[in-house]
Design a protein around this ligand. Sequence first.
Ligand code: 5GP
Length: 175
Amino acid sequence: MSYRIETLISKEELAKGIERVAEEINRDYGQKSVHLICIIKGGVFFMTELSKHLNMDVTMDFMAVSSYGSDTVSSGIVKIIKDLDEPIEGRDVIIVEDIVDTGNTMEYLMELLRDRKPSSLKLCTMLDKPSRRLKEVHPDYLGFTIEDKFVVGFGLDYDQKYRNLNYIGAVVFDE
Ligand code: 5GP
């Protein structure tokens, strides 16, 4: 099926939104160090851009997760593909995610990470699609709320492509 990609959030809007989120984090944490947990692969572009605007000491770790097949997404079963390298006990942790959709992934992950006793745990997401939410997940920091569209770019893929786009586009299938 043929499709095209329509710009949803331009490069400039995205940059402004990310700076705004960084300012909120700077204001809330002051000089307290933060430990960013990036959910790969999608969260990488957002985390690197966001972290450039943070003023406190920043450390980073990476985690890879996947939902079991699209037909079982609503079951909320999430598989850890790569765990963190370092313990998070006693640290001020911010999860950095590309997009929250049903909330299944983040509900599972936040519960798992809370059990590891961080001093605090917050969720920062570049995009939020609240219309499809199945779980009570509320991002603490949010770039943009979007409609129910399949989006690509700035880390987000379609069939592993388009992660490198410097804007957010919606995939539109031709009739
Ligand atoms: P959730 O568990 O909240 O339903 O799904 C979160 C994950 O689904 C995201 O981290 C992302 O990998 C994927 N996802 C959800 N919506 C989109 C979308 O519009 N585009 C892309 N590329 N991935 C999405």
